[in-house]
Design a protein around this ligand. Structure first.
Ligand SMILES: [Ca+2]
Ligand SMILES: [Ca+2]
Length: 453
């Protein structure tokens, strides 16, 4: 049984490699480094970006049958190098080309199976620096508009064999925007990973060829660390995907946020941290504020509690005079993602808060109905006071001031969050404006933020 399994593995390895176009580059006489009986290929020992050529050619030697002429013995790593990670790999300036970016037309695509990783290779005609953006997606990419044979279909998700999806985008073309049909790409646009013995990559599919951007998506069993490099003559983009699951990536990419955005300076002074499951996916998110004396402002960081991703941005309207800090999380629009209430500024008897929407891995400040900046004061002075109360529909914001004839004029605004903007409740559609006046000299309410976080 074991022998059979070994034989099968070798068979699969041979079969998969023979499907690789790159095998043409190596002389068939090249001896295989394959260790008989190991059932594994010996290519994995050179996965460093600095020697990719050798690696690929070594890979291709597995096409030849196992021979006994192997003279070199290399210790193979059993697992992927630790410098392989699941974070996005993006060339500088993306989505724009790198400075010396060339013009590339796809010439081939292939999937290969290897000892501890699967390899995806795109071949190109053209020269210069290839620009790319490679990242995990938690769900298949959406094709904005596609021809289904009889009509244009909007927002159609790509149907793919896989649980997770590695998106490989390049600045290159296949057929679109190429006037000479003889230059059009004629290779495969749909690759079967299982057929070539790949263990983690089930399928590779061209999912974009539009306005100079060429995209492929790999449907995989699970999230995994990967390694990216390019080769010359011809230009190739190589993505090696580790067979082993990357559990840190699971949490991050469930939220679609793998990686780091923004630099956290070690000189910043840590403020207040608050954690909770903001997005309703996987583990908790932690929101932390940091004082930055160099610009006299506060930064806010939102990060996965397993450290797999973080995003840092300036707290708008903040100054070092008053401490910015997260106050609580509450899903105001009931879309399953909690909004972040953040104290951004204040004074001796009052503070100002803003509400942020967590979207696209960022904390976006909510806006007023005109698209402008909005924040709310809470507190009191001799002549006016303000409070905000979370209600079943959104927030009720009350501002009271003493008028000339010593009555309190209480302006009440009931607002509801729609997307990232606060809209007034439609008073003219049956709602009664709750604003009122009171001759009572006592303050009409206690200034506070009344929300149950
Ligand atoms: Ca979460
Ligand atoms: Ca929400």
């Amino acid at each position: 049984m074991k022998l059979f399994s070994i034989a099968l593995t070798i068979l699969i390895a041979g079969a998969c490699s023979s499907s690789e176009k790159n095998t043409e580059e190596s002389a068939p006489a090249a001896t295989s480094d394959e260790t008989p009986g190991s059932g594994e290929e010996t290519d994995g020992y050179e996965t460093q970006d600095d020697e990719p050529n050798t690696e690929l050619e070594t890979t291709s030697t597995t096409t030849s049958t196992t021979t006994s002429t192997s003279t070199t013995t290399t210790t193979l790593p059993e697992t992927c190098p630790t410098n392989w990670t699941a974070v996005p790999r993006t060339t500088s300036g993306w989505p724009y080309p790198v400075t010396t970016g060339g013009s590339f037309i796809l010439s081939d695509a292939e999937i290969g199976a290897h000892s501890y990783f699967d390899r995806f290779v795109l071949d190109f005609e053209g020269s210069g620096d290839l620009s790319y953006d490679i990242r995990w997606l938690a769900s298949p990419p959406i094709i904005p508009e596609q021809w289904d044979g009889s009509a244009w279909v909007n927002d159609a998700p790509v149907i793919m064999d896989g649980n997770k999806f590695l998106q490989v985008r390049t600045i290159a073309r296949s057929t679109s925007d190429i006037s000479d049909p003889s230059q059009w790409y004629s290779g495969p646009d749909d690759l079967d990973g299982n057929a070539v013995g790949a263990q983690v990559v089930n399928q590779g599919k061209m999912t974009e060829d539009f306005e100079g951007y060429l995209g492929w998506t790999l449907g995989t069993e699970h999230f995994a660390a990967f390694n990216v490099f390019t080769l010359e003559n011809p230009k190739r983009l190589v993505v090696d995907i580790c067979h082993e699951e990357d559990s840190a990536a699971s949490q991050a990419t469930s939220a679609g946020c793998l990686g780091e955005w923004g630099f956290r300076d070690p000189d910043w002074i840590e403020g207040v941290s608050l954690s909770g499951d903001i997005d309703g996916i996987a583990g908790d998110e932690i929101v932390t504020t940091f004082a930055d004396p160099s610009i006299s402002k506060w930064w806010m960081e939102i990060a996965a509690d397993d450290g797999s991703w973080r995003q840092i941005s300036v707290v708008p309207g903040s100054s070092l005079v008053f401490e910015a800090q997260p106050l609580g999380f509450l899903d105001m629009d009931e879309d399953g993602v909690k909004e972040i209430f953040m104290q951004t500024d204040g004074g001796a008897y009052s503070f100002v808060f803003k509400v942020f929407v967590f979207d696209d891995c960022e904390l976006q400040p909510t806006l007023n109905s005109e698209g402008g900046d909005i924040s709310w004061p809470v507190g009191a002075s001799a002549m006016n006071m303000a409070r905000a109360t979370c209600t079943e529909f959104g927030m009720s914001v009350e501002n009271a001031q003493v008028t000339g004839d010593e009555t309190w004029l209480v302006d009440v605004n009931e607002i509801v969050l729609s997307g990232i903007a606060w809209e007034p409740l439609p008073v003219d559609a049956g709602w009664v404006d709750p604003s009122y006046e009171t001759p009572d000299l006592d303050p009409p309410f206690a200034p506070s933020l009344n929300c149950e976080f």
